[in-house]
Design a protein around this ligand. Structure first.
Ligand SMILES: [Zn+2]
Length: 383
């Protein structure tokens, strides 16, 4: 091999045009999914304190964000819900009139071509904050899977394009597939949170989604961050059970898993850059420790190899307005059969009201929204 001075690696880095020509990994809006948090009420756009730029929005406001997502050419949105009431079994999660189901219908009416993913979990809806049903102080796996099937079917019926279970129960992908197929939704794909590590990085999200566990933690179902082989087994099982897309979460701390998963399974792969990762960047930028406008994470895509992983980001995703190709999909709801609820899982009358303070989109929030658009434009300027 020719060595220096014949081989000079810097030759191809000299100008922007040269660098662009040899760029190996590209970040484009169609690879990104924007998480949105739907709440009841009207005119609500409430910023999450720990996540500047991330808001809980009522459906009228959420539809505006969905329209922006479509204009910006994003890959899609993923919906999380803040219920009107929480109870022991998280019944609003699988209510035909649940907040996510309503949001999906509203978005599909206003922006039918936008891809809509539904987060399928119970933790935002249960009064104990766990991702499943609690029996004798423990999260009951199979009862939880049963309810997740109901969540998936009601979401599909509302027009959701992809169902995304984030709970980490065993067998949930198979259970959800079975429920969807039985209800006539065999064409609705499943994106499983396959290797979801227990992590302090989820803290700010729990404020956004109101899903902090009221006792204990999630280590009996989420994975230990120390175990890469186990992560591959988890992903392999989800693929076998019928997951169409598998996810690794959180993203940047798990680049090794993203790379391994891509090599071992070749399945479409999503990397979730989570709230804590986003909050760190925001906090550092607020202290002028880094230039937020220049942050972007091609590492996620590089680690995923030649096929493009989806990057879902618990953040403000949208790049500048442009005319990127629109996401194509086909999601016309079809009728499904209802799944009966066992006696011990009926809606709890211990349901407690939570307050949403509707109708209070303040001038400050509006100003913030405008500022957000600016930072988003900066965020993607290098595209
Ligand atoms: Zn959950």
């Amino acid at each position: 091999m020719s060595q220096f001075p014949i081989r000079r690696m810097r030759r191809l880095r000299r100008t922007q045009a040269l660098r662009r020509l040899v760029q190996e990994t590209h970040l484009v809006p169609s690879q990104l999914v924007w998480p949105l948090f739907a709440c009841h009420g009207e005119g609500v756009r409430r910023e999450v304190a720990a996540l500047p730029g991330v808001c809980q929005t009522s459906l009228d406001e959420l539809v505006k964000d969905a329209e922006r997502a479509r204009r910006l050419g994003l890959g899609g949105i993923i919906l999380f819900g803040l219920p009107a009431a929480k109870d022991a079994t998280g019944s609003e999660a699988y209510d035909e009139q649940g907040i996510v189901q309503q949001a999906a219908r509203a978005v599909k009416r206003a922006v039918p071509e936008l891809l809509v993913i539904g987060d399928a979990c119970l933790c935002e809806y249960t009064d104990h904050g766990h991702c499943g049903v609690v029996q004798d102080g423990e999260v009951d796996n199979d009862a939880s899977v049963y309810l997740l099937g109901k969540v998936a079917v009601t979401q599909a019926r509302a027009g959701i394009d992809i169902v995304a279970p984030s709970d980490m129960m065993d067998g949930r992908v198979a259970g959800i597939r079975k429920a969807l197929d039985a209800a006539g939704f065999s064409r609705v794909p499943i994106m499983s949170y396959a290797a979801k590590m227990a992590s302090a990085f989820y803290g700010p999200f729990r404020e956004a989604a109101g899903s902090t566990p009221q006792f204990g933690d999630r280590q009996s179902y989420q994975m230990q961050g120390t175990n890469a082989d186990e992560a591959m087994r988890e992903i392999g099982l989800d693929v076998e059970e019928g997951a169409d897309i598998v996810m690794v979460k959180p993203a940047l701390p798990c680049l090794d898993l993203i790379r391994r998963a891509k090599q071992e399974f070749g399945s479409p792969l999503a990397a979730y850059q989570v709230s804590g990762e986003y909050a760190m960047i925001k906090a550092a930028a607020a202290r002028s420790m880094l230039d937020e406008a220049r942050r972007h994470h091609p590492q996620l895509f590089r680690a995923g190899g030649s096929r493009r992983p989806l990057a879902a980001r618990e953040q403000h995703g949208p790049p500048h307005e442009s005319s990127h190709a629109r996401a194509d999909h086909g999601a016309d709801p079809v009728d499904g059969v209802g799944v009966p609820l066992p006696r011990d899982q009926r809606r709890s009358d211990r349901a407690c009201r939570i307050h949403h303070g509707s109708g209070e989109a303040s001038a400050h929030q509006r100003v913030h929204e405008d500022r957000k658009a600016d930072t988003e434009a900066a965020d993607f300027r290098s595209l």
